[in-house]
Design a protein around this ligand. Structure first.
Ligand code: ADP
Ligand code: MG
Length: 693
C-alpha cells in the first residue's frame, strides 16, 4: 500500500512547525496533497531580459539598461525618477518612497537589471517601484527555464516560503502517491493529461508556454483540473438527484376533471408551449416520486396558468397545493388569479403573509390545517412554524431566485410529516444560463415555455439622460392623454427601503404638480396590504393613469393597458431586474416603450448594461450578460450555499467544458462508481451538507 500524499501532514515538510501549520490551515492546507492543489494565481516571466522597445503596457518583465539620468521630481507627489536605456529604447523607473542613498546609487552610467509592471506614466512607459539591482559591466542574467509562480497567500506567509513548501511537495510527487481517479477511458476520450503531469506543470510552467493562455485558464493542464473539479460537482448533484427520486410522493395519475373545467372557463386557450410543459408536469406527478421541476419562461409567457393546471390536478387527487411568491404584491396577484379561477370550481383558496394578523390570520391558519382550503397562496410566511398543512402534496414556488435554497428545503419539510414528499414546481422568469443550469440546478428537471401568448408587441427601449427629464414627463403626459397607462419606477438610491419609499413619495408629489390633470397613484413596500391592493385594483381598472412605484412591482404585476414605463436610475439595477420590470409593459396590443432615465454621467459598466437592455429583449441573452457582469452568486442568491466555491474551476471561464463534463460524469457514474466517492472527498469534502437541496 502506497502512502498517499493526502495522508502526509504538512508538518512533515522542512520548515513547517505548528505555527506555520496554523497559517497554512487558514488556506485549508493541511496535507502535502493540499499544497499540490494550491495552484498559482498567476505567473511572472523572469526567464529572460526583454528589450525595452518590445515592452507593452501591463507587461511584467525583466529589463536591463544603463542609467542615463536620475532626478527628484516635485509634481503632485514628490518622486525619484530614474531614466535607463538599452540598445532599443529608454524607460523610466519611478520611486515615491526613496532614500538619499538610493538616489546616489542610481548614478549615471550604472547598469541595472530590474523587474516590474509597465504602466503609463507622465514620461511615457514607467515602472513604479521596480525590484532592481545594480550589475557590473558583464553581469549575465542567469536564465531559468521556468516561469515564477505567484501563490495565494495569507498573513504571515511569504511568496518565498510558500514556493519553497510547494517545491517540497512536488519533490514528493510520483504518479503513484497522488491517486488518479479519472479512468483511462475517460481521459483518452476527452484528451485529458494525467493528473500528476498537470499539477507538476501548473506549479512550474516552462518559459515556452503561452502566458496569455495560462491567464485565460485555457491550458490543457488547467482544463484537466477544472474538468475533474466540475465533474466532482456534477457527480454530487447526480447523486442528490438519484436520492431525491427514491423518495415517496403521492401519485397523480391524470390531469382530471378540475383542470379541464379550469381550461373551459378561460377566455383563451393555452399555447403549445404551455400544454407541453403541463404534460411534463403530469408525467412527473404520475411516477410516485417527488417532482423537482423548474419551469423557465420569459416574463409574460404564462407560467401562472401552468401552475394552476398542476394545482388543479393535485387538488383533484385530494391534496393541498401551496403557491409561494417572493413579494407581497406578487402573492396578491396570484391570490386574485387563483381565487378567480378556482372559486367558481367550488374550491377554497387561503391567503397567508407575515402581515396577516389577529382573527383573519387564525381563520386562515385553520383553513390550512383542517384542509378546508385546498389551495394556499402566500409569501415566505408559508414556512413559518405556525403554518400547519393538512395534506400538502405540491409546492409551487414562483420566481425562485429570490428564495434561498434553504427556504425551499423548509417548505419541503412541511409536507414530509405525512410520510410523503411534496412535489416541487419552481417557476422562474430569470432564465438560468446553461452555465448555472448545470450546477445549482442540475438536480432539477427543466421545462421551458419558449413561446409567448399571441398578440404581444415587442417593447421599444430608449436610454435617456436625466438632463432630458422634462421631455420624458411630456411623453408620459401624451401617452396618458391618449388613454394609455404608464409606470414610473423609482429605484433604490441607497440600500434602504425607507429611503426608496421616500423617493417614490417625493417623485409622486413632483409629478402630480407637473401633471395636474392626470390621476396618479403610488405604491411602495411600506403601504399596508389593503392599501396596496386597492391601488393596484384602481390601476388595473384604469382609474389611475400613472402609477409611481418602487421596484415592488417588479414581478408578476399584469396590467395590459399600460404601455409606457419610465425607470429612474436604471444603472443601479441588475439586468435581470430591469428585464423583469420592463416585462410589465408590452402585454397589450399597443406598441410599448420603456424609458431608462439614467443619471449622467454613466460609468463603463452602466453603459454596457443599458445598451444590452436596448439591444435585446431575449431573457437568456440578458441573463448571460448579467452573469458575466455580476457573477453567479448574486444572480441566484445562492452565494451562501457553497455551490460556487470552486478551487480551480470557474463556471464562466470554463463554460466550454460543461457539455463534456456532463457526459463524462454520466459515464463515470454508470461504469466506474468506485471513483465517485474519492473524487467527492477530494473536491467537495463537505458535500453532505448540500444533500437534497
Ligand atoms: P408570467 O409567465 O410572466 O408569470 P403570466 O402567467 O402572468 O406570465 O401571464 C401573463 C399574461 O398572459 C396574463 O395576463 C395571462 O392571463 C395571459 N396569458 C397566459 N396564457 C395565455 C394564453 N395562452 N393566451 C393568451 N393569454 C395568456
Ligand atoms: Mg409570473
Amino acid at each position: 500500500m502506497i502512502d498517499g500524499l493526502d495522508t502526509q501532514d504538512v508538518r512533515e515538510l522542512k520548515g513547517v512547525g505548528n505555527a506555520m501549520a496554523e497559517k497554512l490551515a487558514k488556506l485549508h492546507l493541511h496535507t502535502v496533497q493540499d499544497l499540490l492543489f494550491h495552484l498559482p494565481i498567476r505567473y511572472q516571466d523572469r526567464t529572460r531580459v526583454v528589450p525595452i522597445n518590445l515592452l507593452r503596457f501591463g507587461d511584467e518583465a525583466v529589463m536591463e539598461g544603463q542609467v542615463i539620468g536620475c532626478e527628484i521630481k516635485m509634481g503632485k507627489r514628490r518622486s525619484l525618477l530614474c531614466r535607463i536605456k538599452d540598445h532599443t529604447g529608454t524607460l523610466c523607473l519611478r520611486f515615491f518612497h526613496f532614500s538619499a542613498a538610493q538616489k546616489n546609487q542610481l548614478e549615471q552610467g550604472k547598469r541595472i537589471r530590474c523587474f516590474g509592471e509597465i504602466r503609463r506614466g507622465s514620461s511615457g512607459f514607467e515602472i513604479y517601484h521596480p525590484e532592481y539591482k545594480i550589475i557590473d559591466e558583464n553581469g549575465i542574467h542567469t536564465e531559468s527555464a521556468q516561469l515564477t509562480p505567484i501563490y495565494p497567500l495569507t498573513e504571515g506567509l511569504t511568496q518565498a516560503k510558500i514556493r519553497q513548501l510547494c517545491e517540497q511537495a512536488l519533490e514528493r510527487l510520483t504518479p503513484y502517491n497522488l491517486r488518479e481517479w479519472l479512468p483511462g477511458d475517460i481521459r483518452t476520450q476527452f484528451s485529458l493529461p494525467p493528473l500528476s503531469d498537470a499539477i507538476q506543470f501548473l506549479h512550474h510552467p516552462s518559459r515556452e508556454v503561452d502566458l496569455e493562455q495560462l491567464r485565460l485558464g485555457s491550458h490543457p493542464a488547467q482544463y484537466r483540473l477544472s474538468f475533474e473539479e466540475l465533474m466532482a460537482h456534477q457527480l454530487s448533484l447526480i447523486g442528490k438527484r438519484v436520492q431525491a427520486k427514491q423518495d415517496v410522493a403521492i401519485k397523480v395519475a391524470e390531469a382530471g376533471e378540475l383542470s379541464r373545467r379550469l381550461l373551459e372557463q378561460l377566455p383563451f386557450s393555452p399555447t403549445g408551449a404551455q400544454q407541453r410543459v403541463f404534460q411534463d408536469v403530469l408525467t412527473d406527478l404520475a411516477t410516485g416520486h417527488p417532482m423537482l421541476r423548474l419551469v423557465q419562461g420569459d416574463v409574460g409567457s404564462g407560467k401562472t396558468l401552468v401552475a394552476a393546471l398542476a394545482a388543479a390536478s393535485v387538488v383533484q387527487a385530494g391534496y393541498q397545493v401551496a403557491i409561494m411568491a417572493p413579494t407581497e404584491i406578487l402573492a396578491e396577484q396570484h391570490y386574485i388569479n387563483f381565487s378567480q379561477w378556482f372559486e367558481p370550481l367550488g374550491l377554497k383558496v387561503a391567503w397567508m403573509t407575515g402581515k396577516l394578523k389577529g382573527k383573519t390570520r387564525e381563520k386562515e391558519l385553520n383553513n390550512i390545517a383542517s384542509g378546508a382550503a385546498q389551495v394556499i397562496v402566500g409569501t415566505h410566511a408559508l414556512f413559518q412554524d405556525t403554518v400547519d398543512f393538512d395534506r400538502l402534496a405540491l409546492a409551487i414556488i414562483d420566481e425562485q431566485h429570490r428564495f434561498g435554497v434553504h427556504q425551499r428545503m423548509a417548505l419541503r419539510e412541511k409536507g414530509m410529516k405525512h410520510g410523503f414528499q411534496p412535489h416541487q414546481l419552481i417557476m422562474t422568469a430569470t432564465p438560468i444560463p446553461r452555465t448555472l443550469a448545470m450546477s445549482a440546478y442540475a438536480n432539477l428537471d427543466c421545462s421551458i415555455i419558449d413561446e409567448l401568448p399571441p398578440g404581444r408587441t415587442p417593447v421599444n427601449t430608449i436610454v435617456v439622460s436625466d438632463q432630458r427629464r422634462q421631455e420624458v414627463i411630456d411623453r408620459v403626459k401624451n401617452a396618458c392623454e391618449e388613454g394609455k397607462q404608464a409606470y414610473w419606477v423609482c429605484t433604490l438610491i441607497e440600500d434602504s427601503e425607507a429611503l426608496q419609499c421616500q423617493a417614490a413619495e417625493d417623485t409622486a408629489i413632483l409629478l402630480q404638480e407637473q401633471l395636474s390633470d392626470l390621476s396618479i397613484g403610488l405604491v411602495h413596500g411600506r403601504l399596508k396590504s389593503q392599501e396596496k391592493a386597492a391601488i393596484m385594483a384602481r390601476f388595473k381598472a384604469g382609474d389611475i393613469q400613472l402609477l409611481v412605484a418602487t421596484t415592488v412591482i417588479e414581478v408578476g404585476v399584469d396590467v395590459p393597458n399600460s404601455s409606457l414605463m419610465v425607470i429612474e436610475n436604471p444603472e443601479r439595477l441588475g439586468l435581470a431586474q430591469l428585464h423583469q420590470l420592463r416585462g410589465r409593459v408590452g402585454r397589450g396590443k399597443a406598441a410599448s416603450h420603456c424609458v431608462l432615465l439614467y443619471k449622467s454621467p454613466l460609468g463603463q459598466q452602466g453603459k454596457e448594461r443599458l445598451s444590452t437592455m436596448r439591444e435585446t429583449s431575449d431573457g437568456f441573452k440578458i441573463a448571460e450578460k448579467d452573469l458575466e457582469l455580476r457573477g453567479p452568486g448574486e444572480l441566484l442568491g445562492t452565494r451562501q450555499t457553497g455551490l460556487w466555491e470552486f478551487k480551480v474551476a470557474d463556471l464562466q471561464r470554463d463554460k466550454a467544458l460543461l457539455d463534456d463534463v456532463q457526459r463524462a460524469a454520466a459515464q463515470l457514474y454508470r461504469h466506474f462508481p468506485e471513483c465517485i466517492s474519492p473524487l467527492l472527498s477530494r473536491w467537495l469534502p463537505n458535500h453532505d451538507q448540500y444533500l437534497n437541496v
